[in-house]
Design a protein around this ligand. Structure first.
Ligand SMILES: Cc1cc2nc3c(=O)[nH]c(=O)nc-3n(C[C@H](O)[C@H](O)[C@H](O)COP(=O)(O)OP(=O)(O)OC[C@H]3O[C@@H](n4cnc5c(N)ncnc54)[C@H](O)[C@@H]3O)c2cc1C
Length: 502
């Protein structure tokens, strides 16, 4: 285990007095914890579920400027997001963030005129400091995305963004925090807040059925869709600072390689995406107000129908057929409270202070997590008596030594590519025990590149506690539709033996 065992972490959480307690280990909480630990603070990070188990594994998995935000007039957000995209792809996580060309097909009778789109793409690409920005004809577009519907197609705008594996990006931030000295625990729910002299001074945390007190000079509430639930632990009658909007996605099998993703205009504000992701096709997303319990978010059959139907604007029926669907998931956007349609709401981060000084951070984007984390630390500077944190980007654990790594020969090409993408230079560590036990190189399922060594590594180095943690967030099995009972049982056996050895 990186850092300490679960029992040691638990003991440390209740024994030490921390500078900072971060509630919620989605990408925002994990990013805050990583940056705060590297700035020298003593940090505790807890999540009531798995690290990245909520919104941060349910996104569209894009690291993007957000063409749509340009349409909404948010040039600043687009510029910042492009900056972050470049920094993530070059320095922070080049193994996890891959530049991807995007085509925006312009059909006769569609919501956009080509001249209008071209001026938008030119501005977008200028903000991206990218040189691809062009209108391409149907023939070239069809070469990039072979099944693209060509009837009625006038041209396509071409621009560049990036794709990622959101859950693993989050996990690497947790690991970076722990490597810098943080104490991180999953399945650890904050159920109460402590105050002393009117200031929040820690929290009551429920872990494995027991309650422990965690003391901290400051608390950051990064509970995502639960941000108001955590605020109400201090002020039970606090109003709502945010509203929630559900977005669903589906994964489908993909027969041929796509050299670009698609941005599909649904009306003059909303677009959906069709993205080649880990050799599958990721489609989404929807946008519907959600006023129930955040834990109750599910994908309905109507969501799946809507997503397939909207993709069929640009793709033939056989490519987006329901029987090709391998998985579906949904997450909740956290938007600033206010009236108006959620689709037009600004995707900005809301920072608020509770009466006892807790810093609440909600909303924003996966793409800009680093910037949000640094802004949170700026706001904590006075509480912590610290200098302004260093803003220079640094590589996440899997990005260190990428150019020097050597993987064992004999790995099949798809397994090698998969390991390099998910783990970067840590792939060497994932594979190390296979030198003694070659059965760890076996595929978990004949139809996917995930191998048994990843399950063991998930238990020993990545805090996985259940088969779901492994299948949904450490590997790609869930998305490929391979997470059946037999695989679940196999993963549970490997986890159990890793826990016994550990
Ligand atoms: C459908 C959809 C698509 C998106 N697509 C993109 C995209 O392509 N690109 C992009 O940049 N952004 C995208 N986003 C936005 C991005 O995913 C989110 O901004 C980001 O994941 C939010 O992270 P978070 O850490 O704030 O929240 P979360 O990931 O939800 O983390 C909050 C955590 O707090 C924990 N928690 C809650 N209460 C407690 C408690 N009491 N004690 C302990 N822990 C607690 C939860 O278990 C959870 O893990 C998308 C969002 C959605 C919903």
């Amino acid at each position: 285990m990186i850092g300490h065992s679960r029992a040691d972490t638990l003991a440390e959480l209740s024994r030490r007095r921390f500078d900072l307690l971060v509630v919620g280990a989605g990408i925002i909480g994990a990013g805050v914890a990583a940056h705060a630990s590297r700035a020298g603070l003593a940090v505790a990070l807890v999540d009531k579920g798995d690290f990245g188990g909520a919104t941060s594994s349910s996104s569209s998995k894009l690291i993007h400027g957000g063409l749509r935000y340009l349409r909404l007039g948010d040039v600043r957000l687009v510029r910042e997001a492009h900056h972050e995209r470049r920094v993530l792809a070059k320095v922070v996580a080049p193994h996890l963030v891959h530049r991807t060309p995007f085509l925006l097909p312009l059909y006769r009778g569609g919501p956009y005129r080509p001249a209008f789109v071209q001026s938008g793409i030119v501005l977008y690409s200028a903000l991206a400091r990218s040189r691809i920005n062009w209108l391409v004809g149907p023939r070239e577009a069809g070469e990039l995305v072979p099944p693209l519907r060509l009837d009625g197609l006038r041209s396509c705008a071409l621009y560049a963004d990036a794709t990622t594996n959101d859950a693993r990006l989050c996990l690497e931030n947790v690991r970076a925090a722990v490597e810098a000295g943080a104490c991180a625990l999953n399945d650890a729910e904050v159920i109460g807040l402590h105050t002393s002299n009117g200031r929040i001074s820690g929290a009551e945390v429920c872990v494995d059925g027991e309650e422990i007190a965690v003391q901290a000079r400051a608390v950051v509430n990064a509970a995502g869709p639960w941000v108001d639930h955590v605020r109400r632990l201090e002020v039970p009658r606090a109003g709502s600072s945010v509203r929630l909007s559900k977005g669903a996605h589906v994964l489908l099998t993909l027969d041929e390689g796509w050299a670009a993703a698609l941005t599909i205009a649904q009306d003059d504000v909303r677009v959906t995406f069709a993205v080649p992701w880990h050799d599958m096709l990721l489609l989404g997303t929807t946008d519907a107000e959600h006023s129930c319990d955040p834990g109750a978010v599910t994908v309905t059959s109507a969501d799946v129908e809507q997503i397939l139907d909207e993709a069929s604007v640009a793709l033939p029926a056989d490519v987006v057929a329901r029987d090709r669907v391998t998985a579906a998931y949904a997450g909740l956007r956290v938007l600033p409270a206010g009236a108006g349609e959620s689709v037009s709401a600004r995707r900005e981060t809301v920072f608020t202070r509770s009466p006892g000084g807790m810093l609440n951070v909600a909303g924003g984007k996966l793409t800009t997590y680093r910037r949000i984390a640094l802004q949170a630390l700026d706001r904590l500077q006075a509480d912590m008596g610290m200098r302004r944190p260093d803003r220079r980007p640094w590589p996440l654990p899997g990005a260190v030594g990428l150019d020097r790594m050597v993987l064992p020969k004999g790995l099949e090409p798809d397994v090698r590519a998969h390991l390099l993408h998910l783990y970067g230079s840590l792939a060497v560590e994932v594979l190390a025990p296979a030198a003694e036990d070659p059965s760890l190189l076996e595929r978990l399922h004949p139809d996917g590149p995930d191998i048994v060594a990843e399950v063991r590594y998930a238990a020993t180095h990545e805090w996985a506690r259940s088969a779901d943690d492994v299948l949904h967030r450490r590997t790609t099995c869930f998305y490929r539709g391979l997470a059946d009972d037999a695989l679940r049982a196999r993963v549970e056996r490997v986890l159990a033996s890793a826990f016994v050895e550990g």
